[in-house]
Design a protein around this ligand. Structure first.
Ligand SMILES: [Zn+2]
Ligand SMILES: [Zn+2]
Length: 166
């Protein structure tokens, strides 16, 4: 059952990137469910994160939003991120440098993995072939079962040095 659910997530991943309106629609549903307002500032955060190929630090979010017409207010960014986390839209990602980075929840963004630079802490999203995901899932499910563990999902980070630090 959970595999079928997982498949859909993978499917989302394949079409991710160009379908911003879908993302905002899904985000809106979560805001309504939590009785919170999807304000223009929150929408701008989601737009910046949707367009990114990696989890973003606060400073990166501010920089990227400055290229759009609206401006992200630094004063309210932390508070808005807390709300976005609460309604299940954004999650915090920690890297090797202890600086918090943020990305859209995986069930919105699509399943993916991270390339983590152990030198500068930068993280890049990476997708691996569906066939490899499937064999990963079945092998990991067996390993989990042996420990009496119900597997819902997996996380797999690739640690090394990025192009700039190599
Ligand atoms: Zn690096
Ligand atoms: Zn995976």
């Amino acid at each position: 059952m959970s595999v079928a659910k997982k498949r859909t997530h993978h499917g989302h991943g394949n079409t991710n990137g160009s379908e911003h309106s879908d993302v905002h629609g899904e985000v809106m549903r979560r805001f309504i469910k939590h009785d919170q307002r999807y304000t223009s500032q929150r929408r701008l955060i989601v737009t910046v994160l949707t367009a990114s190929d990696r989890p973003l630090m606060i400073q990166q979010m501010l920089k990227r939003s400055s290229s759009t017409k609206k401006v992200l207010a630094q004063s309210s960014l932390y508070r808005n991120l807390v709300v976005l986390e609460d309604v299940g839209v954004v999650q915090r990602i920690f890297s090797t440098d202890d600086v918090a980075r943020y990305e859209l929840n995986e069930d919105i963004l699509g399943h993916h993995h991270h390339l983590v630079c152990s030198k500068c802490g930068d993280i890049r999203d990476v997708r691996i072939p569906e066939s490899l995901e499937s064999s990963l899932d079945s092998t990991l499910a067996k390993i989990a079962k042996r420990s009496g563990f119900q597997l819902d999902q997996h996380r797999l980070d690739l640690i090394g040095r990025c192009g700039k630090c190599a």
